[in-house]
Write a protein that binds this ligand. Structure first.
Ligand code: CA
Length: 513
């Protein structure tokens, strides 16, 4: 086991599993050739931070093991102390989806965690928001500029009268027209838009701005029973841009009045719907940030909350570890169904899962998607998998859910919002300013060097686990408490303090016309 002692400049590595024959270099900026570890191992070459060194000699074709799992085979003979970079590892095939073990190792349900609460906005349907936001839906991109204009006026002229409302957000996107609206896969973007409007942070106050000739009829975005909540720009009664914008403002004003009556109240942590994501991952993701998040996810599940992990291409290569954890055979089969669907989707586009790893991932020490996946699934913690959502489906059950989404940060964020996420925790190794307008995002750095350099963008430094300042359990508890604080509006994450938010990005696997 690599030592995780207090900060020191002496050479350090982390080996996670007794079976591992590689370990990752911990020291900031890497270690030069000739560096000697406390165990006596000497580096035969410079190894960048987060990159792997061989702990033993590994013959060509022999397995390279990290997290106790095979991440590839040696492309050439390797000696102890070599830098095991991407070119020296042959990536294995993805695990076949037929014959996976299903529900064979369902973790025991951990004891309930009681007494943890947050201050949230309870809605009529029982859901609880962490923010009080007016969300304005759109049925087509054509109206986006108009709505942006209207929102500037709403912020300037209306919001000051409603101090209990946090913000107004336009749910704009590129869908709605010029698309094969009846194609089977069109169900994904349409369902996403329908469910986005119902996100608990919007308090059930739905309105839609549409054009009038688009394929996605605005009424399709209204919940059942609501009919007079559409502004249609081509409406004969609306003469000119000024009248159109005024109509949007009038409709928004009525909803702001209702939202302004919302007050935070003490709610059990069980009312939280937390999304987990990673982006700009590095080799520390699976060592610091994701294990801390996994521990926090277990605490949330024990407290009765809904916790979603996602990103199909980052679980596909570790699916054999997840199907075993499925609470029921049906849930296990649903996991396999989502993997199969995505395999076919990628194949149709002439791509495979190797398209996932980015140049930044590789620079950060992740050789391939197998290594990235093993580090990624750690954030799901150790609870039984209690449900599976197809992309954009609304979560209706508690516990740990797999919400199938692409790994793309913005698309995953948008789909988790549609599934009802009211707060997201986002781990990053390389660093990203990522944020969402509709729900707060807590950004967790995998390395202290990043947390220091981006002190006004990163909310939580999990690098303290690698330096020995805290244990995974301590980091997990601290993160859990931060989640409760941010959900309560007591602490604002950096992306909200700066007001930097990414666009919504729909997942549209159907053809564009
Ligand atoms: Ca991502």
């Amino acid at each position: 086991m690599g030592k995780m002692d207090a900060i020191t400049d002496s050479p350090r590595y982390i080996r996670l599993n007794a079976r591992d024959n590689v370990a990752i270099v911990v020291n900031d900026f890497g270690l030069p050739k000739g560096s000697r570890f406390p165990c006596g191992l000497e580096l035969r070459a410079f190894v960048p931070q987060g990159h792997k060194t061989a702990l033993t000699d590994i013959a060509e074709g022999e397995p390279i093991i990290r997290y106790g799992e095979v991440i590839g085979t040696a492309a050439m003979p390797l000696q102890a102390g070599d830098w095991v970079d991407e070119a020296r590892i042959v990536m294995p095939e993805a695990p076949p989806l037929d014959g996976l073990e299903i529900s064979t190792a369902v973790p025991a349900v951990q004891p309930p965690l009681e007494g943890f609460t947050f201050e949230g906005f309870r809605n009529a349907d029982g859901s609880v928001g962490t923010r009080n936001i007016l969300g304005i839906s759109t049925s087509v991109q054509c109206v986006a500029g108009t709505l942006d204009h209207a929102i500037k006026r709403i912020r300037a002229e209306l919001l000051p009268h409603y101090p209990n409302v946090d913000d107004v957000v336009g749910l704009t996107h590129t869908y709605g027209c010029g698309v094969a609206i009846n194609a089977p896969d069109a169900v994904v973007p349409i369902r996403t838009l329908q469910n986005l409007a119902l996100n608990p942070n919007f308090g059930g106050e739905v309105m839609v701005v549409g054009l009038g000739c688009e394929k996605l009829v605005p009424e399709r975005l209204l919940p059942e029973g609501l009919s007079d909540a559409v502004v249609r720009m081509q409406d004969q009664a609306l003469e000119g841009f000024g009248a159109i914008v005024d109509t949007i403002l009038t409709m928004a004003d009525a909803r702001l009045k209702v939202l302004d009556r919302r007050r935070r109240e003490t709610c059990p942590a069980a009312d939280l719907v937390i999304g987990l994501q990673c982006g700009g991952s590095d080799a520390f993701s699976g060592v610091t940030a994701n294990p801390a998040l996994g521990f926090a996810a277990d605490l949330l599940v024990r407290a009765g909350a809904t916790v979603m992990f996602s990103e199909v291409t980052e679980v596909r290569d570790a699916i054999q570890l997840l199907t075993r954890r499925a609470a029921t055979a049906e849930i296990g089969r649903a996991l396999v169904r989502e993997m199969e669907w995505y395999d076919a989707y990628l194949a149709r586009g002439g791509a495979d899962r190797s398209a996932n790893t980015t140049p930044g991932n590789k620079k950060g020490g992740l050789a391939n998607i197998v290594e990235k996946s093993l580090g990624s699934i750690v954030k799901s913690g150790s609870s039984p998998i209690a449900g599976v959502l197809a992309p954009g489906e609304k979560a209706r059950t508690k516990g740990l859910l797999f919400a199938a989404t692409p790994a793309s940060d913005f698309i995953c964020g948008t789909l988790q919002l549609a599934s009802g996420m009211t707060l997201q925790v986002f781990t990053t190794g390389r660093g990203t300013p990522y944020g969402l307008a509709a729900a707060p995002v807590i950004k967790v750095a995998t390395r202290s060097e990043l947390a220091r350099r981006w002190h006004d963008l990163i909310d939580f430094d999990a690098g303290r686990i690698a330096t020995g300042e805290m244990t995974i359990e301590e980091a997990g508890w601290e993160l859990f408490r931060l989640i409760l604080d941010v959900a309560s509006g007591r602490t604002k994450p950096w992306s909200d303090r700066w007001g930097i938010h990414n666009d919504l990005a729909l997942f549209n696997p159907a053809p564009v016309t």
